[in-house]
Write a protein that binds this ligand. Structure first.
Ligand code: FAD
Ligand code: GLY
Length: 409
């Protein structure tokens, strides 16, 4: 690691979520000195709420070819990323190649799933059409109304909280500094950057990486036209737990008593996803709403998720309700992240990962670390240039959608 005096670093990072921490780790591995400034507790933003699906098939949508390509590239990086991170940090980030089953419960949903399956095939995504019997064979707990399904066998998950803990440990192991409770209050760019924090600390850096997630669109020390076009997209998510302690052999195809689990892989319905964890927790997500910076958990949101969960896997009714949370996805106008040079010399951006920040963390961190040392990133970052929306948005790029009620999933 390069040496530095206490308040001088090669790279300052605003935001200690999964993106800021992953970038910090990869930058440290390149020999750069790094300080992460986190307003609250590292990992306490959207990264604390995310389900952690690594799901390029499940997240594929129409007109998003660039994003599908990035998600596939990121998905390929995950096994090695997780293994290397665990080896360096000694913390298991909860990577689990569990597979996903998308199900349709009536005729309309079957038509929609067929459309999605055609999209998967057009993009060469790994997904297989199944009839109702085959779905029930894989997941005996499915509702009797299940009509058809699509199996995406290579979808995976990470546990975002474990992932952040692993990244924090790896950053510390490499001599990186993470200053929690330290909000970046101002930044001045002049052959490098001078940052002041809410605690009146002043730090000098060669580069400031803006990784403040859904807050990036309201960065006060940038002119409105220079701010990344990021808006908060609220998501509520419910965590349940098996009342019987889970055993590893209960999972996917491994034992005779699979039926004792509510499900043994990710189950995705028209309006929800259900994500099992090896310790017996089950996450049901997620609502999608544009309500500004509101993170209130609502009765309506929880009701919707539990109703849809019960409609898909009736046995969830027996589970213990352990947590309900709401987080803010950093949304962008085209749902793709913003990665690369910011509007000022010395400013770099890594935000706007919307629904896929956990999935895209390894790819984003590899690209940012390469850019920081003046190397070519390992994938084409041009489609993710932070300034790509500027002309079309006439300067005001924040597209804050107030009060629009969304749906789920
Ligand atoms: P965050 O985790 O929000 O981190 C940003 C950090 O910046 C915060 O800790 C904040 O305190 C800090 N900060 C803000 N302003 C300042 C400042 N001025 N100075 C210092 N610090 C500051 N993604 C997936 O890949 N798979 C999923 O299954 C998935 N499920 C999701 C489910 C839900 C319900 C939600 C809400 C999101 C989900 N996501 C998922 C998306 C994922 O959570 C985000 O894309 C990802 O967490 C973004 O990471 P981040 O580090 O950019 O932001
Ligand atoms: N990727 C799942 C979500 O954002 O809810």
């Amino acid at each position: 690691m390069a040496t530095q005096d206490e308040d001088r670093f090669d790279v300052l990072i605003a935001g200690g979520g999964v993106i800021g921490l992953a970038c910090a780790w990869r930058a440290l591995q390149r020999g750069l000195s790094v300080c992460v400034l986190e307003r609250d507790r590292a990992g306490s933003g959207a990264s604390d709420v995310a389900a952690g699906m690594l799901a390029p098939v499940g997240e594929a949508s129409w007109g998003e070819e660039g994003l599908i390509g990035l998600n596939l590239a990121a998905h390929r990086l995950w096994p090695e990323f997780a293994a290397e991170l665990e080896a360096e940090s000694g913390v298991d980030p909860g990577f689990w190649q569990v597979g996903a089953l998308h199900v349709a419960l009536d005729r309309d949903e079957t038509e929609e799933l067929q459309r999605r399956h055609r999209l998967h095939r057009e993009h060469g995504l790994d997904s297989e059409w199944l009839d109702a019997a085959a779905c029930r064979e894989l997941e005996p707990g499915l509702a009797p109304s299940v009509a058809a399904g699509v199996l995406a066998p290579h979808e995976a998950v990470a546990d975002p909280r474990s992932l952040c803990a692993a990244l924090l440990a790896a950053v510390a192991e490499r001599g990186g500094v993470v200053d929690e409770g330290s909000e970046v209050a101002s930044a001045e760019f002049d052959r490098g950057v001078t940052v002041r924090t809410s605690g009146e600390r002043e730090l000098r850096g060669g580069t400031l990486l803006l990784a403040t997630g859904s807050d990036a669109g309201r960065t006060p020390w940038l002119e409105p036209a220079e701010r990344p076009p990021v808006r908060p997209v609220k998501g509520e998510i419910v965590t349940l737990r098996e009342r019987r302690r889970a055993r590893p052999e209960d999972f996917a195809g491994a034992g005779p008593d699979r039926r004792e689990r509510v499900c043994s892989r990710i189950v995705v319905g028209d309006r929800l996803y259900i994500v099992p964890r090896p310790d017996g927790r089950l996450l049901i997500g997620a609502t999608v709403e544009e309500l500004g910076f509101d993170t209130t958990v609502t009765a309506g949101g929880v009701h919707e998720l539990l109703r849809e969960g019960y409609r898909t896997l009736p046995d969830i009714a027996e589970m213990e309700l352990v947590e309900v949370r709401a987080g803010l996805r950093p949304g962008t106008p085209d749902n793709s992240p913003l990665i690369g040079q910011g509007a000022r010399e010395g400013l770099m951006i890594a935000t706007g990962h919307y629904r896929n920040g956990v999935l895209q963390a390894p790819a984003t961190a590899a690209a940012v670390a390469a850019l920081l040392v003046g190397e070519e990133p390992p994938f084409e970052t041009e489609p993710f240039r932070p300034d790509r929306h500027r002309a079309s948005m006439g300067g005001d790029s924040s597209r804050a959608a107030a009060g629009a009620r969304g749906g789920t999933r």
